[in-house]
Design a protein around this ligand. Structure first.
Ligand code: GRF
Length: 197
């Protein structure tokens, strides 16, 4: 089967990126990583990716001030140079403009640490605990114009245990993120490949 050329966008630690890179070591995985890009030049995940022999790019959003689209055009040039066919956002902490989302819609997925449609945005685990929810979790979804709004591809659930701190819950969810993202990204790729005939 054909493998889609995958770019992963990160801003920090990159543990989800690592999970995707690990899955893509299997030659039958439907995506092959071609680029890891970060808006933060000091993102730890860039070092991890370089050590794994994957091409990296740092496009510092601070160099573009408030001009989000100018930042994205520079990022997009890196994605185009790598011949990117699908983008996975993995802890990428920039809100994307309609220009970028419109350009990549249908080829752009994200992982969000909540059971969408609950808790879009930040501090998801704290909000789930404060609401008294019995379960937390994570969602992989297609990215559309609204933040954390696109169609969900797959979710994983974990229990919320009495006395859980935000960090306890985040750690429990992260274990599931690392299993969910490779599986959900494979589903997304297979969808695209099927549609392309
Ligand atoms: C993950 O919890 C992800 O769901 C959220 O940001 C975190 C990134 O962690 N969007 P990492 O950089 O993948 O380790």
């Amino acid at each position: 089967m054909r493998r889609l050329k995958l770019a992963i966008l990160i801003s920090g630690r990159g543990s989800n990126m690592e999970a995707l890179l690990h899955a893509a070591e299997d030659p039958s995985y439907p995506a092959v990583p071609v680029l890891i890009a970060s808006n933060r030049p000091d993102a730890k995940g860039l070092e991890t990716a370089a050590a794994a022999g994957i091409a990296t790019a740092a496009v510092d959003h601070k160099a573009y001030g408030k001009d989000r689209e100018a930042f994205e055009r520079a990022l997009d040039a890196e994605l185009a140079a790598a011949d990117t066919e699908i983008i996975a956002l993995a802890g990428f902490m920039r809100v994307l403009t309609p220009w970028f989302v419109g350009k990549w819609e249908g080829r752009l997925v994200n992982i969000h640490p909540s059971l969408l449609p609950k808790y879009k945005g930040l501090h998801t685990h704290q909000r789930a605990i404060e609401a008294g929810d019995a379960e937390g979790g994570c969602s992989v979804h297609w990215v559309s114009a609204g933040v954390d709004e696109g169609d969900v591809i797959a979710q994983a659930r974990v229990p919320i245990v009495p006395g859980d701190s935000e960090d306890d819950l985040a750690a429990r969810v992260l274990v599931e993120e690392h299993k969910l993202y490779p599986r959900a990204l494979a589903m997304a790729c297979e969808n695209i490949l099927r549609a392309a005939g």
